[in-house]
Design a protein around this ligand. Structure first.
Ligand code: SF4
Length: 281
């Protein structure tokens, strides 16, 4: 039976390897390795050659596609509404709550702190207890969800358009997490030793490595604004607002339910560890 301890050990080893990669390729910001960007890059494609190219050319990697800000707005607006509902539900249920932004100001002492960000984090008794990730559009990035599972607190995934609200327990996915971490270890080793694979496939259509003979990216083909057709816009907007109260209510009740369980296990300390706001992944 795999344990969270083994996964944590493997994660720490991966972070140590990431540090070497960050130092090798200059992926350092504010004296810290850009761990999130690195893991995103490593997981972005099965082609090791493309990963290596991206590591070596970070500064020149421009965005080739512009996405309609409507998609981002929907997620941000939905997150705000869900947090409003969560706050109301916490108060109604006698759970003292505060909102913590990334700003390191003194907010006093509260039993529960909601740290706005992506994902939104809920701290109780000074520990990260829950995270809430809101998807306002139909798209879902499984690489991101998979990466979020490397933190141990449960993740509530909300998909507004499909009315999905589901809680994922990383502790129940230890075999998968260990598998993912080991594969990332192997990939880091291949990149660092330059014994990497070149794997042509769909990734060749959006690959920045223009020296690769398999490259199939064509300038201009993907540079337009990515948005939805006019007929779909109204329908999408109506569905979004129609589903928002339902997913907000469901998320709030899941948060209250979880916190009640934690409340029963309370040990009495209430100091909020601000440095936990900066997650590794
Ligand atoms: S063009 Fe294709 S095979 Fe070549 S580096 Fe890019 S993804 Fe890999």
């Amino acid at each position: 039976m795999l344990t969270t301890k083994e996964t944590e050990r493997c994660k720490q080893e991966l972070l140590a390897k990431m540090k070497i990669i960050a130092e090798t390729y200059g992926w350092i910001r504010a004296s810290r390795p850009c761990a999130t960007a690195l893991i995103q890059t490593l997981s972005s494609t099965p082609c090791d050659r493309q990963v290596k190219y991206k590591l070596e050319n970070r500064a020149s990697l421009g965005k080739r596609r512009r996405f309609d800000s409507y998609y981002r707005e929907k997620s941000e607006f939905a997150t705000g509404m869900i947090v409003e509902r969560v706050k109301s539900a916490l108060l109604i249920n006698g759970l003292d709550a505060a909102i913590q932004t990334e700003e390191r100001s003194d907010v006093g002492r509260h039993d529960i702190v909601i740290a706005l960000g992506s994902p939104c984090k809920v701290y109780a008794n000074g520990e990260a207890r829950l995270r809430i990730e809101v998807k306002g559009s139909l798209g879902i990035n499984l690489e991101q969800i998979s990466r979020y599972l490397l933190d141990s607190s449960p993740l509530i995934l909300v998909r507004v358009m499909t009315r999905h609200v589901t809680k994922i327990e990383p502790s129940a996915l230890q075999p998968y997490l260990l598998f993912m971490l080991r594969e990332l270890h192997e990939k880091c080793d291949r990149i660092l030793s330059s014994k990497f694979y070149t794997i042509p496939g769909n990734a060749c259509f959006a690959c920045p490595d223009d020296r690769c003979p398999h490259n199939r990216y064509r300038d201009g083909r993907s540079e337009g604004l990515v948005t939805m057709a006019n007929d779909d816009f109204g329908e999408d907007l109506v569905s979004f607002f129609r589903n928002l109260s339902y997913v907000s209510e469901k998320t709030a009740s899941t948060v209250v339910e979880e916190l009640r369980v934690f409340q029963g296990q309370r040990e009495g300390h209430t100091n909020f560890p601000r440095d936990q706001l900066a997650g590794e992944f």
